[in-house]
Design a protein around this ligand. Structure first.
Ligand code: HEM
Length: 462
């Protein structure tokens, strides 16, 4: 059975937050907006920015403010971060990942677990995974080389690739095709259901025996048993001289401060969080980046030339991060297509944002997709121009944050950048990319920002 969700629908229904002094739509306009959010959430967030500027409020039952001011964002994510917990939307994820890092709202256990998990994503740990990641990518390239067709559905290909990498690096498992399909289906189904529930005013409890819940609980039980089985296997084996996967290392990891280890439940939650947070995000970001390169052949050629300056035996973390154009291409692509287009927090005590009083329990929504595409903050915001990142101030402003900012920023930012860089390096060495249609597909907010339609690229052998 799915993890219990701490957000009870009754609590939500009976929470009233007074947002009176804060501009925002009311009465009929409010109703129109709620429909707009359901139909086109990214369009609605863009419209709120247009209509209300720095902040827009949406009273009961949303009890939310949407903020667009870099100063307000900095206050929420960094300066006063202790006054905020993860937003209400994230509660739905708890059904799968329990109290893993992304959902953990208990400050002291989050500090301890973050300190344990983040060691697995420091530069030294990433360097140790690179050889394995490289061989998985090379295998994938070989399979494309054997295709008679040039066109590939790039999202599906990237999801498959990052999934194999996640299973190998996080779980230490190379599943058979059939097993991988089952794990993938379980991760996919459970994450889609939790995402859909975010937008339902009163989603039905998981214990109700309707078909969707039964399938959800079966998938959850399968993932739970799988991860718990792997944890037991690792424990039985004892400490190894050269642990390979993150799971192997986490099983025996001891927190420096408290000298405690993660319990089995904590381990399961952290591992499922990684599987959920760490494969579609990279896959979709890669698909958008490759699509943008296909659409801009001159940038693609410049990038290939930069890549060819590195030989295979020079593929170190340092050298990869030193490829300036490659890093700027990734940043520019994640500016236009951030994997998580919206961040959210909830005030656990009263605060002020600019001149406005933010009462306890207010949901604070940060639509980074809108900020990163706003004319107010970027010149020609919809143009793909990686060179704009020569101006390093962009990364310091609170208008560009695909990995979020502050203590809750992505724990695996560097890992994701290295993984994506390695994929792009190998693809551009071997293929020229072309769009199959004239334009990139439109984007749609889902578990992560994904293409609305099929996304075909031609991979033309070099
Ligand atoms: C392109 C790839 C990725 C992007 C754009 C991305 C983005 C993000 C963002 C925006 C957050 C913070 C959300 C917030 O502030 O509310 C986050 C958190 C997190 N990400 Fe990533 N992520 C990526 C890849 C990964 C990977 C590969 C992992 C694998 C472990 C991962 C694990 C996590 C975890 C555990 C958190 C929660 C951190 C905490 O709250 O302490 N992410 N990610």
């Amino acid at each position: 059975m799915a993890n219990p969700n701490t957000r009870t629908q009754l609590t939500k229904a009976f929470t009233f937050v007074n947002l009176k002094g804060i501009p925002g739509p009311r009465n009929w306009a409010f109703y129109q907006y709620t429909k707009f959010f359901q139909k086109d959430i990214l369009g609605a967030f863009t419209q709120v920015h247009h209509d209300y500027g720095d902040i827009g409020s949406f009273p009961w039952p949303m009890n939310s403010v949407i903020i667009y001011s870099p100063e307000m964002i900095k206050r929420v994510l960094v300066d006063q971060n202790k006054k905020y917990i993860k937003g209400e939307q994230i509660e739905e994820l708890r059904a799968i990942v329990g109290n893993g890092l992304a959902t953990n709202n208990d400050h002291s256990s989050w500090v301890r677990n973050r300190s344990i998990v983040s060691k697995e994503f420091n530069s030294r740990a990433i360097q140790l995974t690179m050889h394995e990641i490289h061989s998985i990518i090379v295998e994938k390239i070989k399979s494309w080389m054997s295709y008679s067709e040039e066109a590939v559905e790039i999202c599906e290909e990237m999801k498959h690739l990052t999934f194999v990498i996640a299973c190998q690096i996080f779980l230490g498992k190379r599943f058979s095709e059939a097993e991988a399909k089952k794990v993938n289906e379980a991760v996919h189904f459970t994450s889609i259901v939790t995402y859909e529930r975010i937008f339902q005013l009163f989603p039905l409890p998981y214990w109700l025996p309707i078909k969707k819940n039964i399938v959800f609980n079966n998938h959850f039980d399968f993932l739970n048993n799988l991860v718990m089985g792997l944890i037991k296997e690792e424990k039985d084996k004892g400490i190894k001289a050269n642990p390979k996967s993150i799971l192997e290392r986490l099983v025996h990891a001891v927190d420096d401060e408290t000298k405690t280890k993660l319990t089995d439940d904590e381990l399961r939650d952290e591992v499922l969080t990684m599987m959920l947070a760490g494969h579609e995000t990279s896959a979709h970001s890669l698909a958008w980046t490759l699509g943008l390169l296909a659409k801009h052949p001159e940038i693609q050629e410049r990038l290939r030339n930069e890549i060819l300056t590195l030989s295979n035996d020079q593929l170190s973390l340092e050298n990869i991060l030193g490829l300036t154009l490659l890093q700027n291409v990734l940043k520019e692509s994640m500016r236009l297509y951030p994997a998580f287009p919206v961040l959210s927090r909830k005030a656990k005590e009263d605060d002020t944002l600019g001149p406005y009083h933010i009462p306890k329990e207010t949901n604070v929504v940060i639509p980074i997709y809108v900020l990163q595409r706003s004319e107010k903050f970027f010149k020609d915001p919809l143009v793909f121009n990686p060179d704009r990142f020569h101006d390093s101030s962009i990364e310091k402003n609170y208008t560009f944050m695909p990995f979020s900012r502050g203590p809750r920023r992505c724990v695996a930012e560097q890992f994701a950048i290295v993984e994506m860089s390695m994929v792009i390096i190998e693809i551009l060495k071997n293929f020229r990319l072309e769009l199959k249609s004239l334009e990139l597909p439109k984007e749609i907010a889902s578990v992560s920002l994904k293409p609305r339609d099929d996304f075909y690229l031609n991979l033309i052998k070099r």
